[in-house]
Design a protein around this ligand. Structure first.
Ligand code: SF4
Length: 338
């Protein structure tokens, strides 16, 4: 590990000022990703700005019915908050599917959004990796790419975003509040994470001087017909091969409103307006779900070892939509299909 300066911010303005002082400064909150990256020599910050004392730890109901989640709310506290459990159970379920209890106890809401890919070549400084060292090449495209992207990838990077929580936030159409030297702004969740294109080193649309202060949830939480299905190599402490977050609104057997997003398949949580449109106004039956899955996966592409994910995603979508329509969300402890 390299030497670095440590600075503690006492308010958001000071945090923005401190991060702006050094081009290679990093915020630290839970530290559940950054410390690993520093140990592996992937991140080499010159300054660490400690933001753990900022007043961003509240979960507040909003007048219009939504929820405002401070960026420093721990993942565990968010998953077990009564308003989240009651009104946004898909979010609670997704959080509980991620990492381990110890990590969820430390990880912050803002940090979960900004965690970096777990592509093993990204963490291996002996391997070429365009995300770590732009222009050096991508070891994964012709390498061990079992965990990698099947949608939205580019010739420079086929990494996936590792978060479970973000897949749920995508269907909830959360808004991300940020502050920087130019002031405050709000980013639609769909615009926060980027596809790799030819600049895979940039994960998000945040500017270097900006800090996430809160995540806002709109009132609609899909508390009745939802699921978060995570398919992985073992039951806990594993990243998704494919995950599916679903929120449905039903009128009898007819789908009035439908949202679904996939994790583990792209550089960002993957939503497709055309696939969701294929569900609206249709009966909530298997043939409808298969059609929507086929729409979403129409441009899916495998890279050899991960090609199985295309079929896995298709079956995962159908299963998740079935579970949500029947009101039988995925349990993280019981894998019985109802
Ligand atoms: Fe690096 Fe992306 Fe290629 Fe992984 S997939 S080696 S992160 S460029």
């Amino acid at each position: 590990m390299i030497n670095f300066q440590y600075a503690r911010a006492n308010d958001v303005a000071e945090a923005v000022r401190l991060i702006g002082r050094s081009p290679n400064a990093k915020f630290i909150a839970g530290g559940t990703n950054l410390i690993d990256l520093m140990k592996m020599d992937v991140e080499q910050p010159t300054t660490i700005v400690d933001i753990t004392r900022l007043p961003l730890k509240q979960i507040e109901g909003m007048p219009a019915g939504g929820l405002r989640i401070g960026a420093l709310v721990r993942n565990t506290d968010l998953a077990y908050h009564p308003l989240v459990e009651q009104r946004y159970p898909v979010l609670a379920s997704a959080i509980m599917a991620g990492a381990s209890q110890q990590l969820r106890n430390m990880a912050s809401t803002g940090g979960n959004l900004l965690q970096r890919t777990r592509c093993h070549y990204f963490y291996d400084t002996a391997a070429t990796c365009n995300k770590r060292e732009p222009g050096s090449g991508c070891s994964a495209i012709d390498g061990h790419n079992r965990m990698h992207a099947i949608l939205g990838a580019s010739e420079t990077c086929i990494a996936v975003h590792p978060s479970d929580m973000c897949v749920a936030l995508a269907i909830l159409e959360a808004k991300v509040h940020v502050t920087g030297v130019s002031g405050d702004r709000v980013i639609a969740f769909a615009d926060l994470h980027r596809l790799p294109g030819d600049t895979p080193q940039r994960d998000t649309s945040l500017n270097a001087d900006e800090i996430i202060t809160a995540v806002e949830l709109p009132p609609q939480g899909f508390a009745k017909n939802y699921t978060y299905l995570k398919i992985r190599d073992r039951l806990s402490y594993a990243f998704a091969l494919v995950s599916v977050a679903v929120g449905l609104e039903l009128d009898g057997d007819i789908i009035k409103e439908a949202r679904f997003a996939l994790g583990g398949v792209a550089h960002k949580p993957w939503r497709d307006p055309q696939a969701e449109a294929a569900l609206r106004g249709q009966p909530a039956v298997a043939t409808t779900f298969v059609s929507a899955a086929n729409v979403l996966l129409r441009d899916a592409k495998g890279y050899g070892r991960n090609t199985f994910k295309i079929d896995l995603a298709r079956r995962g979508i159908v299963r998740a939509l079935t579970q949500a329509a029947r009101g039988t969300p995925q349990s993280q402890s019981s894998k019985k299909i109802i």
